[in-house]
Ligand binder design. Structure first.
Ligand SMILES: [Zn+2]
Length: 249
């Protein structure tokens, strides 16, 4: 994984700022993994993609993660801290690999959902609960290579709901990095719950805050010294901070 310069990261931030998370993830990985084509990155399963994003996060901001979460019962704000290794799951699949799942008389050949699938089924607006089932079935239809019942071919629509649910649960088991859950506990009321950790949402929020901070630094240093943006971004973060302390005593 290539270390991104401040200038490269700002360019990615600028390109991705009004994009959906699935595109933001691909922009980041395309910049950090220039040896892999965009098509191949888009074909990584969501778990394989998120594993790379976690590695990128570690490279950009270190292995320690801190987030503030509101308790769903008493609304108390609690600080959640963990290490990137706490969020790593085992990924044993290859991009685009065909997997087989058998349950009773059903046999399903499938691949794991990737960024292209998420883009294809993404709704324009926030989906209602009814739409979520439709989206799930659209996603399955894209990922199922073939399905049989007593050796006779069946379509996704012909699969009973119980089989579809079990199938979806199996896909999550096979690609655990795509659905990372963190255990939380409220110190104020004792409530315990688990929440989904979405690396791209978390990382993009950090990059957004970093970008705004960095542009402010460029503004102050350019005003004070007359240096160009490229010159200021080429300075190490440590040198930028030292000059900032001199002009902002
Ligand atoms: Zn609470």
């Amino acid at each position: 994984m290539q270390a991104l310069t401040a200038s490269q990261l700002l360019t990615v931030w600028e390109q991705g700022t009004s994009q959906p998370p699935v595109h933001q993830a691909l922009l980041l990985l395309a910049a950090a993994l220039p040896g892999i084509s965009l098509d191949n990155l888009a074909e990584l399963s969501i778990g394989q993609r998120d594993k790379q994003l976690l590695a990128l996060r570690e490279q950009l901001f270190g292995p320690q993660l801190t987030s503030v979460i509101a308790c769903p019962v008493c609304a108390e704000k609690l600080e959640f801290t963990c290490h990137t290794t706490d969020l790593q799951a085992q990924t044993n699949t290859q991009p685009g690999e065909t997997l087989v799942w058998r349950h009773g008389a059903y046999e399903v050949h499938f691949r794991l959902p990737n960024s292209l699938d998420l883009t294809a089924v993404a709704p324009q607006a926030r989906p209602a609960n009814d739409d979520l089932a439709v989206i799930r079935n659209q996603l399955l239809a894209r990922c199922l290579t073939s399905a049989t019942h007593h050796n006779k071919a069946v379509t996704v629509d012909q699969l009973p709901e119980t089989i579809v649910s079990k199938m979806v649960a199996h896909m999550t088991e096979v690609d655990p990095q795509a659905d990372v859950q963190v255990a939380l506990s409220c110190a104020a009321c004792g409530h315990q719950w688990s929440a989904t950790f979405d690396i791209i949402v978390f990382l993009w929020a950090e990059i957004n805050a970093w970008a705004l901070r960095t542009l402010h630094e460029v503004h102050y240093l350019a005003t004070a010294y007359g240096w160009s943006e490229a010159d200021i971004l080429a300075l190490s973060a440590w040198r930028r901070q030292t000059y900032l302390q001199l002009v902002q005593p």
